[in-house]
Ligand binder design. Structure first.
Ligand code: ADP
Ligand code: MG
Ligand code: ZN
Length: 607
């Protein structure tokens, strides 16, 4: 039973008792009625004869039923016609004692039950309906109350020590902590601490965690609510909830008020296409009003988190509101190792596990991914019945989180296997030979997730800038799979769909956003202005002419065709290596990067 829904569970529990009691009563009644003596059924004439012979002790007449006992203690029952007297059968009081019962008396209990029970049932039903309706009423009355959860600093304390990496965000936020602890220090200098702190970063990078850590460090109450909880079915609820939430926080000052996923209500006003934007606007306005209304000494700090700062209303970002912005990035290699360390404290690692190496193989993972990964590794180990988590379990978990679980049960036909092996080796060989591609770590034709096979490249460093050369090499690698299929099998398959989609997206971005096409030149076309409908991107506005659009298409095509040509050049040159590796991959199903070094006699230069 869910304790979070007291009304419903209260209702069902009450109903359960009602039914139980009802069933109990029915059972009791049945028992009472059925505790009858064993009786022998005889005919009226048999009775008449027995009476004549003086064998009958006594009898009782209940309506048309005659019950009685013989002298030898056997009980009997028989029936007579209505409105006839037993005297007609020669049964008279001088031969046997006769008792005539009031016909209504015996059936009093059943009558009572049949009359009263329906009422009881109906009454009970109405009562429960009423009660649940009242519950709904109560809920309606409390709509305006915010549903924020209060995390008490005393229990469940999270501190900065639980957050790995993120040195700069922590530093910024420690100022907030300082202020909550000793505001006098700042006020003596006339400094005003920002009222609002906005945490910006991709999903799973620890924004929520960091906000909790601030509350834990400062030791103040922490009110947490997700922005989507402001919005309900009824108009006006959001604004009422905002008011209530701020009041609660003020009453508990010093306190931190945390609004998660702020973009759910903080989107630019007037940009909504759906009908709900009016409500969202009101809610947003109320937040702005409340933040302005804070007295400077109220010591309530509003923190909010979002992964879409680009869609936030500019009014939210004005000074005096969320004027302090803390950017949280995906963790780099060292930070990933630190995060892994935190999430493996309670897990028994084999002594030779190198978390740094695992961190290196999980480029692009967020903190949440890493946590998930550490958990997967523990599950894998437990399933294998081992007591310690090894590096192999961890890398297996990385692959699982990255590409979905292995699907060994999906059997590929021989032909599919050949196509997949050729395709993947096309990626691998191009990736291995081109200078700017990441080193190939593993090639597999065991299905994973939705992919039939995969080539796994590992970036040797975390990259912030990507050059045009790198993009070009990567495009060539993406097209290598399809190029190999064409070269070796003289055939195209659907296996390249994903590659083509990705390659086209990169090429479009190169041309439109990064100014990497000489013909388009240093202008950004389009950009990130999206039309938003129900939180989904519908399309993008274009701010350029049909003519330029045509040039963009030509340039994108040129980039991709050049990439394909380069991939083909590499593959033609290493055709024999491709054939040998294909045979090996078909036999072994998985190859590591070392196999490429061996067969291609080319070691990728380390950067
Ligand atoms: P966000 O709010 O940014 O989407 P969360 O704060 O909810 O992400 O992070 C999800 C989980 O990932 C956290 O509960 C935590 O276990 C883990 N995590 C994320 N970043 C870190 C980090 N820097 N250090 C430790 N754990 C982290
Ligand atoms: Mg979050
Ligand atoms: Zn591919």
């Amino acid at each position: 039973m869910n304790p979070l829904i007291p009304n419903r569970s209260g209702f069902s529990r009450g109903f359960f008792w009602f039914i139980t009691i009802f069933l109990g009563l029915t059972l009791l009644y049945n028992l009472a009625v059925s505790t009858r003596v064993e009786r022998e059924n005889i005919t009226l004439s048999e009775l008449s004869q027995a009476v004549q012979e003086g064998k009958v002790e006594r009898l009782a007449i209940k309506g048309n039923t005659i019950e009685g006992a013989f002298k030898d203690n056997r009980n009997f029952r028989t029936y007579k016609e209505a409105d006839t007297s037993i005297a007609e059968y020669g049964i008279t009081p001088d031969k046997v004692s006769i008792d005539v019962e009031n016909p209504d008396k015996g059936s009093l209990l059943p009558t009572l039950l049949t009359v009263i029970l329906p009422f009881l049932l109906l009454g009970g039903f109405i009562w429960f309906m009423f009660r649940s309706a009242q519950g709904a009423n109560m809920r309606a009355m409390s709509f305006g109350k915010s549903t924020a959860r209060l995390v008490n600093p005393a229990s469940n304390r999270i501190t900065f020590a639980d957050v790995a990496g993120l040195a700069e965000p922590k530093f910024e936020l420690s100022e907030v902590v300082e202020f909550l602890k000793s505001p006098e220090k700042f006020r003596a200098l006339g400094a005003e601490i920002p009222k609002g702190v906005l945490l910006i970063g991709p999903p799973g990078t620890g924004k929520t965690l960091l906000a909790k850590a601030v509350a834990g460090e400062a030791g103040v109450p922490f009110f947490s609510i997700s922005a989507s909880e402001f919005v309900e079915m009824f108009v006006g609820v959001g604004a009422a909830r905002v008011r209530d939430l701020f009041q609660k926080a003020k009453r508990n000052a010093p306190a931190i008020l945390f609004i998660d996923e702020l973009d759910a209500i903080g989107r630019m006003r007037g940009s909504g296409l759906g009908g709900s934007h009016d409500e969202r606007e009101q809610t947003l306005n109320q937040i702005l009003v409340e933040m302005d209304g804070f007295e400077t000494d109220s010591r309530v700090i509003v923190m909010a988190a979002t992964n879409r700062p680009d869609v936030l209303d500019s009014a939210l970002l004005r000074p005096g509101r969320f004027d302090r912005r803390v950017v949280i990035d995906l963790p780099d290699k060292n930070e990933r190792a630190d995060i892994l360390r935190i999430h493996t404290v309670k897990k028994p690692l084999a002594s030779n596990v190198d978390l740094q190496k695992v961190a290196a193989s999980s480029a692009g993972f967020s903190g949440a991914d890493l946590k998930n990964m550490a958990n997967e590794a523990a599950i894998l180990t437990a399933r294998a019945g081992r007591k310690q988590i090894t590096t192999k379990d961890l890398t297996e978990a990385v692959e699982k989180v990255m590409m979905g679980p292995e699907r060994r049960s999906r059997v590929l036909s021989e032909q599919e296997k050949v196509i997949t092996a050729t395709h993947e080796l096309g990626h691998a060989i191009v990736g291995h030979m081109l200078e700017h591609c990441d080193p190939v770590h593993k090639i597999s034709i065991i299905s994973r997730g939705t992919a039939l096979g995969y080539t796994w490249s590992l970036p040797s460093e975390d990259r912030r800038l990507i050059t045009r050369d790198k993009f070009n090499d990567e495009l060539a690698q993406m097209l290598g799979g399809r190029a190999a299929e064409k070269l070796i099998l003289n055939q195209y398959s659907t296996g390249a769909q994903n590659d083509l989609g990705q390659a086209t997206k990169i090429a479009r971005d190169m041309v439109r956003l990064y100014g990497m096409s000489e013909r388009i030149g240093p202008v950004a076309l389009g950009g990130r202005e999206e039309m938003v409908f129900l939180g989904r991107e519908l399309g993008e506005h274009t701010h350029y002419s049909e003519r330029v659009a045509a040039i963009v298409d030509e340039e994108v095509r040129a980039l991709i065709e050049a990439a394909q040509a380069r991939a083909l050049v590499v593959l033609r040159k290493h055709r024999t290596a491709l054939a040998r590796l294909t045979t090996r991959l078909l036999k072994e199903e998985v190859l590591d990067g070392g196999a490429l070094d061996e067969v291609l006699k080319h070691k990728k230069p380390k950067k």
